[in-house]
Design a protein around this ligand. Sequence first.
Ligand SMILES: [Zn+2]
Length: 582
Amino acid sequence: MKDPRTVLSKGNGKIEWRYPGSMSSQVIAIYNADKKGFYASCNDSLSYAKNFSLNLDTLNTLVYEMINYPSSSNPKSDTYSPKYKGIIGSFEGDWIDVASIYSKFALSQKWAKESRFKNGLTPSWLENTALWVWNRGKSANVLEPAIELKQALGLPVNVLWHWWHNCSYDDNFPEYLPPREGKQSFINAIRSAQNAGVNSIVYMNAIQWGDATEGWKSGKVKPYTVKDINGNERSHVFNVFSGKALINMCVGTKFWRDHYSSLCDSVVNIYETNGVYMDQTCLSVMCYDESHGHDIGGGNYWVENSGKLINQIRSKDFGVKKPIFTGEGSSENWLPHLDAFLTLQASKERYEGIGNTETIPFFQAVFHQYGITFGSYSSLVTPPYDELWPKKYAPGNTEQPLDEMFNKQFLMEQAKSFVWGMQPTIANYHSFLASERREEIDYLTEIVKTRYNALDYLLYGEFCRNPNLKIPRENIKISKLSIYAGKTGETVTTFEKNVPSLYVGTWKAKNGNIAIALASISDEVISVNFTIDPENYNISSEGKINLIKSSGKKYLEKYLNNIHIEMKLNPKEISIIEIVPQ
Ligand SMILES: [Zn+2]
């Protein structure tokens, strides 16, 4: 956030973030990179509920707070001592220095030691994914375009599948089964996609129950919902078309863990999918229902019980199949539990427009080699509309090419995901885009193929600071679009944003080699000129330099002492400079 004081003075004077939840890690920092910075964190390895906040006092002074929520399970006790310490301090530098300070604590904790990715527990088909297609609806709208894209790419494409389920989206969860196109049609489609080398994970929300469902109306579900401090349910209407509410279920109850894990068992074992995208997993909620048996209110039972739920899901017999279970958001707390993390923030403009915050790859900077991140709303078409929603609100132009003025936004999102070490994703892909948006699909193809020649860095590598180089900027058009905007007759809002024309990410492989990924979104040739002191990357002062492209690797030159790179990047060129110390 640029200039937090101004942002706070224009708002209500306070910003507060939940951990675990909107904060993936327990650290915030305020700094001026040319002066000093304020670092605030804590050393809680057990995932206790807490909020971090910044506010302005009456003298316009920035005030930092860490808000702790002791459990009220034992009200007779008149003392409270947290199981962790608050940490504050000063530092020099920027957010990358913050990531490096925080890593010293974070990477020696249980979540890093037990990370699924680090311990080789993530299935190879997930690690080998070159591209995700995130489509919605029946199999013809989802699996067929993905199979065609896989054939065109010649690399593994897998599918994140929304709106496959029986109920309409954001309504009658968890009435997911049987799939809306019918059991046999769904299974046949899944099988033929798998035969073509395309695996699918399906959407199932991990905490919500709809109040219009038969299950809810029977009254049998109510005892297992989250209760707030006044004993009320946490209910929210996401679906503006139906107006039906979703209510938070408590992961601390055996009822919900049994119900959700049995759904996962069915979609993998009966419906033959390759796993589940567990929406809303990486967040925590405080529950005050005394009958649930967990601590009341604050405490650390949420992550613990969510882990228990995922362990229960994994305890089912899946035979030779290696299903994956992924979640929404990135979070240190779920590194031992989830196989991958959906990080939509790479495409933040598409759902938030131009705000006062900018996404940074902080999670990757600390945890890249401990957790796979994927996913974004990056798309070239107008939003889809669930066929089960009211017909009267359906826009006439669903999944049609967006105005060409938004093409650069797509390139920007793909370039960011590439240099940030995420698995690339395209949302709402259709084969007509290969010709109607040829340049953009070619760009994505180039990114996917180049990345695939550099997985030691962009999948398995460790984040490093970029060398100092001049980055040109340009203004691009931004589209904000929502699947729910259709009700007001408007599906796309336009903004303009000044963005870098060149995206850069530097990564260190396990063998100590360094790679600098470059992705231009410019229409002009960009001069790239920088010098690296090998000492800054802790590598030998002698070695060789290669260039990695979509077509493969080519030797450039030797280096001795400083590494000088001087090259011209063609418009929209994707390249990786590889440094191999001797
Ligand atoms: Zn509860």
